[in-house]
Design a protein around this ligand. Sequence first.
Ligand code: NAP
Length: 264
Amino acid sequence: MQNAAFRELELDYAYLAFRVPKELLKSAILGMAGLGIVGLNVTIPHKLEVMKYLDHIDEDALLIGAVNTVVNRDGELIGYNTDGIGAVEALERSGIQVKGKRIAILGAGGGSRAVAFKLAESARSITILNRTKSRAVALAKTLGKKRNVEVKADRLNDDTLATTLSEIDLLVNATSIGMWPNTGVSPIKKSLLPRGLTVFDIVYNPVQTQLLCDASEKDCRVVEGVDMLVYQGAAAFELWTGTRAPIEAMRRAVMDNLRRKIKS
Ligand code: NAP
């Protein structure tokens, strides 16, 4: 996605993947300044640990408690989290305004935290449902303290889903249920999905998750996790290059890659 964007705009950058063992994370990050690398993404399992080695951390990333993008600004290493921005862009560019919405988010892991803090900037209410109830409660508590939004939290099961789904405008799946290779499963029974609800699944592999297939069959409006993936990447691209990201070229690259994965 990033290399496709560089090619599209004829920018002289290259995006490479490095496997970094935990014990070498510090030298990898400090080496970035030494080598003059302009930016990088950080993924599992380094999103928390990396924060120790940065000079400055953006306020949203601090709240979320995880960094997925680092920018080297003249030797100063700055950490950001672009996942929440990606989620809001995916919704709003699909014509779904977040402002004033009653939202339920399933899951309380890293993806959920990033999405929840960003959506809570303008949503009316946020309900967190999670398999491990204590994580849902902890996330809702921090959200309630840091954002001006009504919050609720509960365990994720058929009863809490049935009650919650009757009270919301937008449902976000931020659990890993339905993600490759365990496709064909959904966090919600199809019979529980109300007709006409807006459903956003942040899982992007497969593009059409079981939840989104069920939601389409119930005439729900659906937003795909691929959109969030592209927009969080675009936000990182813009932080690194100061140039507007070529969204369509990035989306094409992601879709080609996912299609190749399905074939192989
Ligand atoms: P994570 O931190 O490991 O969190 C996983 C969440 O899923 C937890 O809330 C966990 O509940 C829940 N969960 C997992 N298996 C479950 C099951 N069988 N039943 C009920 N709940 C279950 O993972 P993450 O980083 O948040 O990622 C979650 C998904 O979002 C992944 O598919 C990831 O690829 C996707 N994602 C997409 C984007 C994007 O750009 N589209 C960005 C970030 C993440 P417990 O707390 O009970 O364990």
